[in-house]
Design a binder for this molecule. Structure first.
Ligand SMILES: [Zn+2]
Length: 63
């Protein structure tokens, strides 16, 4: 199970994106430390790296 968490984008300093993190993990799927909760709701886009990882995991699971 995965959760979304708002955090700084890897490629856009200062911009918030939605990272994906495994429910019981401490790093996001793109390898960042779990972002601090900064209120939420301000992130616009999804982290492309996290999204790609989720897609990979979904494919593995359904194969
Ligand atoms: Zn990410």
């Amino acid at each position: 199970m995965y959760v979304m968490c708002a955090g700084l984008a890897l490629d856009n300093a200062g911009r918030l994106v939605w990272h994906v993190m495994a429910k019981n993990d401490t790093i996001t799927l793109c390898g960042q430390p779990a972002p601090a909760d900064d209120g939420g709701g301000e992130a616009g886009r999804n982290c492309a790296t996290c999204m790609a990882r989720v897609r990979e995991k979904m494919q593995v699971r359904s194969a």
